[in-house]
Write a protein that binds this ligand. Structure first.
Ligand SMILES: [Zn+2]
Ligand SMILES: [Zn+2]
Length: 223
């Protein structure tokens, strides 16, 4: 049940943060992003990756690389929303279908392995929070109608729970569970390392950011 509810709450929380606090593209959001990237990467490396590798499937590595490629392709359409920035036209009033479909494929896929890996849900909701904040910030500044914006966020919130639902109710997904999990590992490796790379602008030394990343790694290790 928490696998269905927590991803939705994460998006709702992101929306409320924007509604109540009206954050600008500021330092705190960058820190939250760095935290989420380091945390997701650590959860992946500490538990998700070894668990999937311990199955008797010989093609894990190939599917991980396919996941990385898939995420690169998805980002041609989402322009990087999964890892923290939106580049669509603020003047646009039509529903951003490409962004939506790209984010949806990503989010449904990441919902599939949740139920079999204990700490994965935390990595996912912590990575979803800044994404929701960024989307909500973009929509509130855009010319998009409130209905379309809310519909977008609502459907976006339901995609990872949809992945959880499909994975626990359809045997075809059970059959390819390990392969899909490996693809999700590739997706996570790509987005989390991109977040860490992009949050480190100019390779300047930033003690707050470094500490944030260390705390995320330590927390992920003990969770
Ligand atoms: Zn980017
Ligand atoms: Zn995601």
């Amino acid at each position: 049940m928490q696998n269905i509810v927590l991803p939705i709450l994460s998006v709702v929380l992101g929306y409320l943060v924007v509604l109540v606090l009206k954050p600008k593209q500021n330092k705190n959001l960058k820190l939250l992003l760095a935290f989420s990237g380091a945390f997701l990467l650590s959860i992946t490396v500490f538990s998700f990756l070894p668990e999937v590798y311990s199955t008797d499937n010989n093609h894990i590595g190939i599917f991980i690389m396919m996941g990385i490629l898939l995420q690169i392709i998805l980002e041609f359409f989402s322009k990087g929303a999964e890892h923290g920035h939106v580049h669509i036209d603020k003047e646009a009033v039509v529903f951003p279908w490409l962004l939506f479909i790209s984010l949806s494929i990503h989010s449904v896929l990441e919902g599939v392995p949740i139920h079999a890996h204990d700490s994965l849900i935390y990595g996912i909701i912590i990575h979803k929070l800044p994404v929701a904040i960024i989307l909500a910030t973009f929509f509130s500044a855009s010319k998009m109608s409130k209905t379309k914006s809310l519909l977008f966020l609502l459907l976006f919130a339901l995609m990872t729970p949809l992945g959880v639902f499909l994975s626990t109710n359809f045997s075809i997904i059970e059959t390819y569970f390990t392969e899909i999990s490996a693809v999700v590992i590739g997706i996570f490796l790509h987005i989390s390392t991109t977040i860490l790379f992009e949050s480190n602008e100019g390779h300047k030394f930033n003690i707050t950011k470094l500490l944030t990343i260390v705390i995320a790694i330590v927390l992920a290790y003990f969770i």
